[in-house]
Design a protein around this ligand. Sequence first.
Ligand SMILES: NC(=O)c1ccc[n+]([C@@H]2O[C@H](COP(=O)([O-])OP(=O)(O)OC[C@H]3O[C@@H](n4cnc5c(N)ncnc54)[C@H](O)[C@@H]3O)[C@@H](O)[C@H]2O)c1
Length: 271
Amino acid sequence: MRKIKIGIVGCGAIGTELAKRVCDEFKDKVRLVSLFDIEMEKVFGLQSILKKKRLVALNLDDLINRSDLVIETASANSSFEIAKKVVSAKKDVFVMSVGGLLGHPEIFSLAEENNCFVYLPSGAICGVDGLKALSLGKIKRITLTTKKPPQAFKGLSYILKNRINLDAIKEETILFEGRVNEAVLFFPQNINVAATLSIAGKNPENTFVRIITSPEYSKNTHEIEIEAESGNIYTRCENLSHPENPKTSYLAVLSAIATLKQILEPVKIGT
Ligand SMILES: NC(=O)c1ccc[n+]([C@@H]2O[C@H](COP(=O)([O-])OP(=O)(O)OC[C@H]3O[C@@H](n4cnc5c(N)ncnc54)[C@H](O)[C@@H]3O)[C@@H](O)[C@H]2O)c1
């Protein structure tokens, strides 16, 4: 069987772990052919960790040319442009920075026209399977409550602009409450899961986000409440952070690996 050629854009916490798995446990079905990052030293560093040669792409076009499936693990600022380029080249794309796709439904019609696939992993939450099923009927409201320790929000422009002193927070504090479109703009690295919920629920107008922080929190928690015509769902995930990136939950990395497994395996479990 011909191996699927994989290119990874973004060699940070998730990209590195996916690259290792691709070269190890998935090596019978896929081949890592290319890596790209705006910080070139990260590409060379990862290539050396993997003990491989000729993985370094000169630019995004070079990576797309070499790949059948492009995995985006870069940033919400760039994920739409990356996905658009990949799908325009009639290749499949796997997007982790789902927040960047919100407000760009054209990516899904382009994929349909070009006969290719856009994969959006569940990421750091559970319940997307039930939501997809419920969305066949009417979804009334989706509410995501995200709780993370203050350091997960360090450096965000929303925090700087609103002069929030994260070090001075001593108790549970609501940082944001509002619609998903705003949450994704203000918290691009923290709230991809809100975008995933909104896309899966096909209802951005009725998807709401609450972001709470406290120095007492040691885990990243996502609680989801879905109210639908066919029933209600409540889920809660308590996630440990990725050791290399406190903004990223480790479950998100595992979800990416599980999605890749699902693509490659003949038996597909879950909605
Ligand atoms: N869907 C989810 O549930 C979920 C969960 C966690 C993280 N994420 C998202 O996945 C992405 C990767 O997460 P991470 O923890 O690996 O982040 P990271 O910061 O550890 O790594 C991101 C890497 O991408 C590179 N990069 C940024 N913009 C780029 C561009 N335009 N082209 C090429 N490279 C670029 C950076 O230099 C960095 O090396 C982030 O956008 C993050 O928000 C999604």
